[in-house]
Design a protein around this ligand. Structure first.
Ligand code: RB5
Length: 150
């Protein structure tokens, strides 16, 4: 798969680990920046990754900021983006299997690199559950999104 990645200065400490984890999983990285640890605005990067994923340029996305929360809030403003913040492997897997998340957000100030690596592996290694009840719930979210016109 092709995985879009971006971070801000808060997520920068996880940058190399995340890119390495994606490549070790035999996926391709679409690196959307930044190029340094200088202070930057996380919404710009969240929108870039969300648009890459919803536009079909990437299959999935990974974002990192200080907590992963701002990136998730911003990415979820893009229609078709389902970003989930996770700090434990079970949640990272469930975000994909049950919720159909297409973007994982991580916190460079809340998880260390070794945990981040496992979180990326858990997320990328999972797939949306084909079970009818999970599909039904995901469809309800998508139809609410259409009704809201967001
Ligand atoms: C930047 O200081 C910090 O606010 C940002 O990285 C992120 O944690 C926002 O959610």
């Amino acid at each position: 798969m092709k995985i879009a990645f971006a971070c801000d200065h808060g997520g920068w400490p996880l940058r190399d680990t995340i890119i390495d984890a994606v490549r070790r999983g035999r996926h391709e990285v679409l690196d959307l920046g930044p190029e340094s640890a200088e202070s930057s605005d996380y919404p710009d990067y969240a929108f870039a990754v969300a648009r890459a994923v919803t536009g079909g340029e990437a299959d999935l996305g990974v974002l990192a900021c200080g907590t992963g929360i701002g990136m998730a809030i911003a990415a979820n403003k893009v229609r078709g983006a389902y970003a989930a913040n996770a700090a434990d492997c079970f949640s990272a897997r469930m975000a994909r299997e049950h919720n159909g998340a297409n973007i994982l957000t991580l916190g460079g100030r809340t998880v260390g690199p070794e945990v981040a690596r496992l979180l990326v592996d858990a997320f990328l290694g999972a797939a949306p559950s084909p079970q009818v009840r999970h599909q039904r719930r995901r469809k309800r979210i998508a139809s609410a999104e259409r009704e809201c016109g967001s």
